[in-house]
Design a protein around this ligand. Structure first.
Ligand code: GRF
Length: 192
């Protein structure tokens, strides 16, 4: 109990590019007393990201940054992160690759969720590839971000069975459900 009273929450930015179901889930968890983060900022590389709707709904500042020039984009992001006193970054379906410089600046402070059992299936179309290869199991991974794509230290993983009837869509749905358990668990593991 004492621990809960004294809990100081970390200011977090979530980076998205799409639906934002992981963002929504993390916002939900961030409202819990015991959960060690506040989400103060949503960054998106596109105004089309559906997940941006949670900015208005939950009164969280959003910033849309065009990545045509990554250097400029990262400068803008950095400025906002400093202004909002962000201590930690969660990538959640963010489709741009951050530069080695940016990652170094936030060394050990950026994590990502990936829909495969890393180191298997780095990159895109993970479910298609797992099914095509006849895998019986896939899953999801939360890992620290380093300068190599989907290669940083693994924090937590969860396995998901692939059934004969599964296609990439049904599998994505099953894995996403587990992602919504895994991401908060990984945050608790490293920030508690
Ligand atoms: C998730 O499957 C995540 O693992 C991957 O992109 C998807 C994002 O989904 N990196 P959402 O936008 O959080 O709904």
């Amino acid at each position: 109990m004492k621990k809960l009273i004294g809990l100081k929450k970390n200011n977090v930015a979530v980076f998205i590019s799409g639906t934002g179901s992981n963002l929504k889930n993390l916002i939900k968890f961030s409202k819990k007393k015991y959960f060690p983060i506040n989400i103060n900022l949503i960054i998106s590389d596109t105004k089309e990201a559906k997940g941006l709707e949670y900015s208005k709904k939950y009164k969280i500042k959003k910033k849309i940054v065009n990545f045509n020039n990554r250097n400029e984009a990262e400068k803008k992001i950095l400025k906002t992160l400093i202004k909002k006193k962000i201590k930690f970054i969660c990538l959640a379906g963010f489709m741009k690759i951050l530069s080695a410089n940016f990652i170094k600046r936030f060394d050990g402070m950026i994590i990502n969720i990936h829909p495969s059992l890393l180191p298997k299936y780095k990159g895109l179309n993970t479910h298609e590839r797992a099914i095509k290869n006849g895998d019986k199991m896939t899953g999801c991974t939360v890992h620290f971000v380093n300068k190599k794509l989907d290669s940083g230290i693994i924090i937590l993983q969860k396995k998901v069975r692939i059934n004969k009837a599964d296609n990439p869509v049904t599998l994505a749905k099953k894995v996403l459900k587990e992602e919504h358990r895994l991401y908060p668990a990984a945050i608790l593991k490293i920030l508690n």
